[in-house]
Design a protein around this ligand. Sequence first.
Ligand SMILES: [Zn+2]
Length: 329
Amino acid sequence: MNIIDLHCDTVLLCFTEHRDLRSAGGHIDLRKLKAGGCLAQCFAVFVPTQDSAVHYLGRIVDPWDLYRQMTAAYRELLSGASDVIRPALSAGEVLENSRKGFLSSILTIEDAVELEGKLERLDALYADGVRMIALTWNYENCVGYPNSPDPALHCRRGLKPFGFEAVERMNELGIIVDVSHLSEAGFYDVARRSKKPFIASHSGCRALKDHPRNLTDDQLRAIGDSGGVVGVIFNDVFLSDRGGTTEIGDVVRHVLHVRDHAGMDSIAFGSDFDGIGSRLAFQDYSGFPMILRALERHFTDDEIDRISHGNFLRVFSAQEGSRRLSTSL
Ligand SMILES: [Zn+2]
């Protein structure tokens, strides 16, 4: 199966509930990762600010302090699970871990607020092992503006001057630029400026569900043109108007739509596990094989390999420069 899932909020869950990767109790734990066929999981460090900080932490915390605390918590989670899962800092390390019988963990960030306008912090994040950053969450930050239900704001307010510098530095370092949560104007700023393939780690298709977090057909094409991928989200808020439960058919519809507009090489999974409030017809991570079985009606085995891990490994290895990598397992 060899799944690479581009986004989950399990670190925040474990941080706030004082749990480890064996006892996490949500959509993801070590047993569920193995049962679901995990090759690598992207673990996001989400740095809550403003209302979300009060909601998750009960107080406002300095973003840089919180980043340090949460990456320390991430390292602790992994050191307690090193018999099963190991960090991977490159596509090659994902494959190497797999050959040795380990799952891989890729450290990512949701909300670049902790940069606080300091470009050198990107170097510190890279040294910490961060390999992907979602430029915003749902608030304005030093990089730019988030998605908005107001079309005038959504389409007009993009990256700030520091945001353009940050994209360039991320390209140089080899940190993947993630546009999920960004405004549409910010998206096109990234599309114009990024020299490397960029991604939407956890998003849906706007043509199927009208939500400003979702990508229009033109945005899907722009990601395809960049050589990037869209991680199809499993959160029902972004999948259907029905609401309440995410059905496997909802995920399949969005996967097919990404294929039709971004292309076969731009499909991936970005579950948002442990950040989803609704019910899942496939329960949790261990239900991934049910999704793949449903995709078998529409895709060949080779295409399912590209969706489940090959497309993302291509994007990940492209961040490292011109070095080519065979993504076969
Ligand atoms: Zn998110």
